[in-house]
Design a protein around this ligand. Structure first.
Ligand SMILES: Nc1ncnc2c1ncn2[C@@H]1O[C@@H]2COP(=O)(O)O[C@H]2[C@H]1O
Length: 492
């Protein structure tokens, strides 16, 4: 879905004609008064969780400034709305650039609407040509991660002017007490929450944790950070999206409540959790390496986890440098280590067996690096320890994502751009918005039980058995895994 944004008035007739032609290759045309108004609209659309998410098409922002303003605006899009397909165009260049845009935008929009071609572009695009500025790719974000942003320019006035608290007005139904009730249970059910409510969940929790740790940000700056983080996850991913990030943050916090007292460590680990999959393309390290993705060449091993680490630290460096500094200088009677970076790297499942072996060792875990890594790992796969109705929703979504990985592998193997897959309407809800029950999800996807039993048998059951040996007050984790497994076995 692509939008032609026109910022401010258009005087010249030739520009009006060019914009009329450009509107013909976009799905809608939106007039905004100024740049703050543009960002309010972009954020509002994103929070609505509709198809206007700026990932399923290329949107063009036509403004009255010059080429320098276009460069500045593109840099602001890259820094604050990383996964958006947005490009700035000055009015005075519209007529001259029209032939190129009419030629290229329809194909780019078609690719963005096809979920497999879109994933392939994110992962494998090398970063040259017109796509590089208009369409999201991991390479583009890797480049932006390297760009120096002076602190003075860090928050452009058009973004600074946005009142983020008011943007969340629609999500504050029931107020903070409702959110503390949602967050304070292992039965945390994020599948019923929209993007705005997920942002508000993170806001309520992280504002409290950062205040307790004595490193708070103002409400608007904390929300700017969370809006930027949400715009750094692919909302179109089935499983590895901002909802998964908030879920892992909530699980991490609940586990910490039983294990860690230090308020700064709880904050840092909860932050690592919400940032641990930033930029995730919805696939896996094997597919990135197998088809030679530039990011695989850049990192070699733990490709995604290194990418998440670097993307998240770049965001912290530009919007919460104090917190990054505290993470990098954390040491507790042992060699200094960067808690956020090290725990994000620990989520690589290629390291899973090593952590299980560590848990089997018959001694207390008093090494902070090991303890925090085990907690975030437990949180990252905690969906199998949630009550069945919640666990089944996650099982359904990961099944859809695994299916897309298979389609992507076929698509890449064919090499000629092979059979693509248009946007699907898969949803874990009924048309009335009710969440499908575990039985209804299995009826829809009979392969779910087998996949859950494989994952529980191969990874989760042994990990949580050993984890609960170390922390008996968390025995409900292994109890839930085993009762969920019993359900899946009955459904085989
Ligand atoms: N319920 C589940 N069923 C199957 N695989 C899962 C499930 N939950 C997590 N995983 C896998 O565990 C992995 C943990 O790391 P990732 O998030 O990279 O990718 C996750 C999935 O591959």
């Amino acid at each position: 879905m692509s939008t032609l944004f026109v910022v401010g008035e258009v005087e010249r007739a030739e520009v009006t004609r060019a914009l009329d032609a450009l509107a013909g290759v976009c799905d809608r045309r939106v007039q905004v008064a100024d740049l703050p108004g543009l960002f309010v609209r972009l954020y509002s659309d994103r929070l609505a969780g509709s198809r206007w998410n700026y990932e399923e098409g290329v949107s063009v922002v036509v403004h009255a400034g010059g080429s320098a303003e276009s460069r500045e605006l593109d840099a602001t899009f890259r820094a604050f709305l990383p996964v958006f397909n947005l490009v700035a165009l000055e009015q005075r260049a519209a007529a001259a650039r029209l032939p190129e845009l009419l030629r290229e935008l329809p194909a780019q929009n078609a690719a963005c609407r096809d979920r497999i071609r879109r994933m392939a572009h994110w992962m494998y695009y090398g970063g040259s040509g017109s796509c590089s500025s208009r369409v999201y790719s991991i390479v583009r974000q890797l480049r932006a991660t390297g760009e120096p942003r002076s602190a003075a320019r860090a928050i452009p006035s058009a973004v600074e002017a946005v009142d983020f608290v008011s943007l969340l007005a629609g999500a504050t139904r029931g107020g903070e007490p409702r959110y503390w009730r949602l967050l304070s249970t292992w039965g945390f059910q994020p599948h019923s929450l929209g993007a705005a409510e997920l942002v508000y969940c993170a806001f309520v929790l992280l504002r409290k944790l950062s205040a307790d740790a004595g490193v708070g940000l103002s409400d608007n700056r904390l929300l700017l950070f969370l809006f930027t983080l949400e715009a750094s996850y692919h909302q179109v991913n089935k499983f590895h999206n901002f909802r998964h990030a908030v879920d892992v943050m909530q699980a991490t916090w609940r586990l910490c409540e039983n294990i860690i007292d230090d308020r700064l460590q709880v904050l840092l680990l909860s932050m690592a959790a919400i940032g641990h999959d930033i930029g995730h393309p919805g696939s896996n390290n094997m597919l990135l390496t197998k088809f030679g993705a530039p990011v695989a060449t850049a990192y070699g091993e733990s490709v995604l986890e290194n990418m998440h680490k670097d993307f998240f630290q770049q965001l912290l460096k530009s919007q919460w440098p104090q917190l990054l500094g505290l993470s990098q200088s954390l040491c507790k009677g042992e060699s200094q280590y960067n808690l956020i970076a090290e725990t994000i790297l620990a989520t690589d499942m290629a390291l899973h067996a090593e952590y299980v072996d560590k848990l089997k060792e018959n001694h207390r875990i008093d090494n902070l690096k090991m303890l925090t890594s085990l907690i975030i790992k437990a949180a990252d796969i905690s969906n199998v320890t949630r009550p069945l109705a919640i666990s089944a929703q996650w099982a359904y979504l990961i099944t859809l994502e695994f299916r897309d990985c298979s389609l992507l592998e076929e698509y890449q193997a064919k090499g000629d751009g092979g059979q693509s897959a248009p946007q699907d309407e898969e949803s874990g809800h009924t048309n009335s918005g009710r969440l499908l029950s575990p039985d209804e999800l299995v009826d829809k996807y009979p392969c779910i039980p087998g996949g859950q039993i494989f994952f529980i048998d191969t990874f989760a059951e042994q990990f949580f058995k050993e984890f609960c040996q170390k922390f008996p007050e968390l025995n409900f984790l292994i109890d839930n895994v085993q009762s969920n497994k019993k359900f899946w076995l009955e459904k085989l």
